[in-house]
Design a binder for this molecule. Sequence first.
Ligand SMILES: *[C@@H]1O[C@H](CO)[C@@H](O)[C@H](O)[C@H]1NC(C)=O
Ligand SMILES: *[C@@H]1O[C@H](CO)[C@@H](O)[C@H](O)[C@H]1NC(C)=O
Ligand SMILES: *[C@@H]1O[C@H](CO)[C@@H](O)[C@H](O)[C@H]1NC(C)=O
Ligand SMILES: *[C@@H]1O[C@H](CO)[C@@H](O)[C@H](O)[C@H]1NC(C)=O
Length: 340
Amino acid sequence: MFIQHPHDHLFHLLSLAVHTVALTTLGWRDDWPSTPDGNQYDGKNLLTLVRDGKSPFQEIWDVNLLIQEIEEHTDTQVIDILVVDKGSNNYGFHIKNFKGPDMIARLARSDVNMPDFDGFPIETQAREAIFEAAVYNLLHQLATIRASLFHYNPPPNFTTRYFLSRVFEFMPESLSLPIAPTREFWMHVMESKINATIRNEGDMIGWKDDNETVGPAALAAKRSLLRALPHIMPLEQTEPCLYRFVLEHGDFGIHNTTIKHLTDEKPLVTSLYDWKTGCIVPAILSDPSVAVSPVDLITSKNGEPSVTRLPEDATPSDLETYAVWARHYIEVRLFSTPIL
Ligand SMILES: *[C@@H]1O[C@H](CO)[C@@H](O)[C@H](O)[C@H]1NC(C)=O
Ligand SMILES: *[C@@H]1O[C@H](CO)[C@@H](O)[C@H](O)[C@H]1NC(C)=O
Ligand SMILES: *[C@@H]1O[C@H](CO)[C@@H](O)[C@H](O)[C@H]1NC(C)=O
Ligand SMILES: *[C@@H]1O[C@H](CO)[C@@H](O)[C@H](O)[C@H]1NC(C)=O
């Protein structure tokens, strides 16, 4: 969505968790404002400054119009702007609302109607903004499908039949405990996997092509892993929640989905294909990553939205877009998934 303010800036607004979208402009850009003492504006207290008639941006564009547009389109009230920062093409505003989640609003730093504007024409930008909105919709639904699958309890006969054959190398041919969604069972699986991967001194280890055998270092590693295991695996809760079986697709990506375009032009993810990397995991090891080309959306080791497989030529504004995708995806998925 965009509106134009008296100086004809193009406003882009996007919200992280629920609403709409934005895109980037290139070319001429506003300079970052300085404070009266000549320092760079630190991006803080924007709302207070605006209300006191001291907006750092007042020479160039009107912050009130941005707030007005946000409120109109998100049916909430902006109560604070925690910080404003800039990338090479856009400003980013971290906004607190009266109700609902925080939002990031993105505003182009270039003015489509400047005489020397050398960025993309408005038609191109609009087309791109519409595409970006469509991608958010896809991610939203993919995240929902992802969350539904996380909730799904595969029937016991399915699990019994396919569990072992879907465990990737290396694994013994049989297990000595019955398949059950318990810590005891998963401890047994992990131990069996360690034992099958690092067998006895002199046995082959790794892939055939590696032509490696187990030596003292691998044996020591095996002993440490076996000792560590009971300390790594969390204790069972009252319900078998952490160790519940989850059917894992293993390759969540838009390329593996069927997407339908409905009459209101919103794309709808209807199916998820290609289960060749599918397996059954304990809920605690269910992997939230999703491939959306060119990047994978993941959670960092601290459980925060993050991105991997970045293309080498990603621009700062690409990085900004991918970061927003990751936040959007992880939040949708989290909101539709119970806390473990
Ligand atoms: C599991 O049991 C159901 C109901 O008896 C049956 O329809 C289904 O084919 C079985 N699935 C497998 C994998 O054996
Ligand atoms: C794994 O190997 C250790 C050490 O050889 C043994 O004590 C343990 O029973 C084995 N566990 C399984 C599940 O095979
Ligand atoms: C595998 O390693 C052994 C011992 O280092 C060596 O004698 C043998 O030629 C190797 N085989 C291959 C196929 O590389
Ligand atoms: C799903 O993704 C995999 C890996 O990229 C690919 O090999 C496969 O062809 C895709 N399947 C479909 C149905 O698009």
